[in-house]
Design a protein around this ligand. Structure first.
Ligand code: NAP
Length: 123
């Protein structure tokens, strides 16, 4: 009598997950909601915020990596890039540049320094 034995390996252990980096993932915001939505779709989520304590709720989820990232700090951006390169072998699939601020007022009333600061964060 011949017996056959098949070993079925889940795809997720043999194929790298798609990856996404989302900035500005503080609890209650759009970045946090996107992080949860992508994680539910079996992606590796790199969730970032300038204050990591604001996204601790995401740290409990599988395939979510929390990184401290301030988009206005070159050193902070470079450190995150190196970490993500190492974890994805340089194959990050998506970037959601979500961290940002909004100023709602007539343009003539803008404080130019505040406007520059908003531009640096958002762009
Ligand atoms: N909600 C809306 O109706 C709406 C409308 C138009 C555009 N947007 C844009 O959509 C994005 C998300 O909106 P949201 O409502 O989820 O905003 P939110 O709750 O205020 O979240 C914004 C995220 O950006 C981060 N952030 C703000 N200023 C930063 C800075 N100087 N350096 C680093 N990180 C900074 C915040 O970090 P902290 O928690 O540390 O501040 C937070 O993680 C923002 O870019 C916003 O401008 C939103």
């Amino acid at each position: 009598m011949t017996s056959l034995c098949y070993f079925v390996t889940p795809l997720t252990t043999t194929m790298a997950l798609k990856s996404v980096l989302i900035t500005g993932c503080s609890a209650g915001g759009i970045g946090s909601a996107l992080a949860e939505a992508f994680q539910r779709r079996d992606m590796h989520v790199f969730a970032t915020a300038r204050d990591p304590s604001k996204m601790s709720h995401l740290g409990k989820l599988p395939n979510v990596t929390l990184l401290t990232l301030d988009p206005t700090s070159t050193a902070s951006v470079e450190a995150s890039v190196e970490r993500i390169k190492a974890e994805t072998s340089g194959t990050l699939d998506y970037l959601v540049n979500n961290a940002g601020q909004t100023i709602i007022m007539p343009t003539l009333d803008f404080d130019i320094e505040n406007a520059k600061s908003m531009y640096d964060i958002n762009v």
